[in-house]
Design a protein around this ligand. Structure first.
Ligand SMILES: Cc1cc2nc3c(=O)[nH]c(=O)nc-3n(C[C@H](O)[C@H](O)[C@H](O)COP(=O)(O)OP(=O)(O)OC[C@H]3O[C@@H](n4cnc5c(N)ncnc54)[C@H](O)[C@@H]3O)c2cc1C
Length: 380
């Protein structure tokens, strides 16, 4: 057993840390306030190779392992979880899905541009009446010989307004249930494809979340990924890996809040001494540190499983369930350690607390992770 990171992994971690400090931190509060998408920052992340981290270099990717990816996610999320969710969706859901299951022609047409960050992608599964219960897809993709006719609405789509390429899950043959679902590559600008207004959110406010409407959109047959009826499996497989990215996001949010609380507790004085000298505060820091370290082990183990070609459904679900709880608990305590200062924007911890909440909701709520985990342990 070897817990150490390689030289290359340490370098990538440092590069992400430096980028987060120099490029993300300066305007993170303004972006959160204004719900402004980090356009320039995303471009720079593309140049650093953060948007196609695990993609083969022949498609313009960085050809790195999942451990490197979670290290980057963790570092970016310490500062700006809005930026890191863009990285997560593009890497885990869009690039990974296309590279693993797409045809050579699809990879040539879309993957290189996505992996280099020239364009970004979106993953469109959720609907107004199909969230946790993703099999209840109302969006239809009717087979019209040389194309599919796409109709319906998708909800809560990250990168919804800024993406150029959308992987859309839709029902082709209702009688076949989840085996009648397909995944189609839809391009921005296709006739009948409309982007709804931007959501006004509690957290990750710099990310761009929209509903999408499809009205008789003609999607060419060659834009279907995989065989007919593969769409639901595609969604479940990509989300299993996506959870590792979101677990790393949660870990980073927790670690960012902890680092701020630790620093503040050594500076702020009350009753004639630094607050860290009060055991109530020191014990909070001890709990945070222990829980974050435990979450980190779960996240890295899930990433390691993926890199080893092991099944990561269980380890990814456990990592997301636990790390997202640690993110929520730690950020609440980090606000507490900051007292009144924790309640205002300049100290960053209130934003991290708001950002933490989404990690318990998207890519499978905590309740859904418990279903995945319990099914897995009861089956074994
Ligand atoms: C900011 C944001 C970004 C998002 N980005 C994307 C995206 O890019 N692409 C995409 O496809 N989706 C995205 N989503 C959607 C997200 O994945 C869903 O919101 C999530 O899966 C939950 O679905 P729901 O909102 O319909 O809640 P529901 O499924 O209605 O759940 C409501 C509550 O019931 C619980 N529940 C439901 N079923 C069960 C059960 N069987 N047992 C126990 N409890 C249950 C849930 O855990 C939850 O607490 C995003 C959401 C948000 C808020």
């Amino acid at each position: 057993m070897d817990f150490s990171l390689t030289e290359e992994q340490l370098m990538i971690q440092q590069a992400a840390r430096d980028f987060a400090q120099t490029e993300l931190l300066p305007e993170v509060i303004e972006r959160d306030d204004a719900q402004r998408f980090p356009k320039e920052e995303v471009k720079k992340m593309g140049e650093l190779g953060f948007l196609g981290m695990m993609v083969d270099s022949k498609y313009g990717g960085s050809n790195l392992d999942t451990i490197s990816y979670v290290l980057v996610m963790e570092e970016l999320s310490k500062i700006d979880a809005s930026a890191s969710v863009i990285v997560s969706v593009n890497n885990s859901l869009v690039c990974w899905g296309l590279e693993t299951y797409g045809s050579e022609a699809q990879k040539e047409k879309y993957l290189t541009r996505l992996a280099t960050g020239e364009i970004i992608g979106a993953f469109c599964l959720s609907e107004p009446e199909a969230g946790s219960d993703a099999t209840s897809q109302k969006t239809t993709a009717i087979d019209k010989d040389d194309h599919y006719l796409l109709n319906g609405t998708k909800n809560w789509i990250t990168n919804g307004g800024t993406a150029e390429v959308y992987l859309v899950i839709a029902q082709t043959d209702r009688e076949k249930g989840h085996k009648g679902i397909n995944v189609l590559i839809v391009e921005k600008g296709m006739d009948g494809f409309e982007i709804g207004p931007k959501e006004n959110k509690l957290g990750i406010r710099g990310s761009d979340t929209h509903s999408l409407n499809f009205n008789d959109v003609k999607v060419p047959k060659e834009n279907r990924i995989g065989d007919d009826g593969f769409g639901f499996k595609f969604a479940m497989k990509t989300l299993a890996g996506g959870r590792i990215g979101i677990a790393a996001q949660a870990l980073g949010i927790a670690a960012g809040a902890y680092e701020l609380a630790l620093k503040y507790s050594k500076e702020r004085k009350a009753f004639g001494t630094e607050i860290a000298n009060h055991q109530a505060i020191a014990f909070k820091l001890a709990d945070m540190h222990t829980q974050i370290q435990a979450a980190r082990h779960l996240v890295y183990k899930a990433a390691w499983d993926k890199d080893q070609g092991e099944n990561y459904d269980l380890s990814g679900a456990m990592a997301k369930l636990y790390a997202s709880k640690v993110a929520m608990d730690t950020t609440i305590e980090a606000v507490q350690v900051h007292g009144g200062n924790g309640f205002v924007k300049e100290y960053h911890v209130e934003r991290l607390m708001r950002d933490a909440k989404i990690t318990q909701i998207y890519e499978g709520t905590s309740e859904i992770q418990k279903i995945v985990i319990s099914r897995s342990i009861l089956r074994d």
